[in-house]
Design a protein around this ligand. Sequence first.
Ligand SMILES: CC(C)(COP(=O)(O)OP(=O)(O)OC[C@H]1O[C@@H](n2cnc3c(N)ncnc32)[C@H](O)[C@@H]1OP(=O)(O)O)[C@@H](O)C(=O)NCCC(=O)NCCS
Length: 198
Amino acid sequence: MTENCNPNFPPVPQRVESARLIMRPSMRADADLLMKWWNDPEVTSPGGNVDAMQYDERDMEDWFSRYVDQRHCATHFVICLRDEAETPIGEFYIASDDRPGCVGFAILIGARDQWGNGYATEAVEAYAAALFASGHCESMRMDISVSNNRAVGLCIAVGSEVEHGWANGLFQTMILTEDAFRLKRRPAANAAAESAQD
Ligand SMILES: CC(C)(COP(=O)(O)OP(=O)(O)OC[C@H]1O[C@@H](n2cnc3c(N)ncnc32)[C@H](O)[C@@H]1OP(=O)(O)O)[C@@H](O)C(=O)NCCC(=O)NCCS
């Protein structure tokens, strides 16, 4: 199901499931975990926030009242494992800008012991597939630090390309277009079809 968050925003999927993950709207019950992740410099530094901002309870209350409460549709999601407890491991969020047919996004896997398991790749692929299938959006952009090797690897794994290098040489905008996404997925789909025939 997709929802329009505001008139200038393409409708966006509200719940996405993949083989191992569920992405669902963030809730107040997630506050403690989100605060832990946002306050962990090892999680937030690669994104460019050197010492982490150090949120306290009041900051979290403020954040929820601005970004979650009274919104009839979500742009901020918690990534959960598909286990019995639906264990949260990270967050994914999207933002609109004035370019039609495109959203910006960011992702973090806050549970550092889960890094390198392919979860971020799976989450972005699943969300991109649902978003592009909606027919309202044909690209997704992410701004990342050029030295954030994991995030660069993630972007390349899903089919993103460098769209723009920023003047200080420290950041780049990577764009995932629907066409590149489909091309990137096709070899995997072909391999799956071939192994099914074996
Ligand atoms: C970036 C981040 C989301 C990646 O999450 P993850 O679940 O570990 O990513 P994946 O396991 O799906 O790996 C994605 C790709 O990163 C690359 N990668 C993984 N570990 C790596 C490492 N140690 N060094 C370099 N590249 C690495 C791989 O190329 C992988 O692609 P592959 O599947 O083709 O091998 C996670 O490390 C994180 O939350 N970092 C802090 C926040 C952040 O930087 N967010 C991105 C900017 S918004």
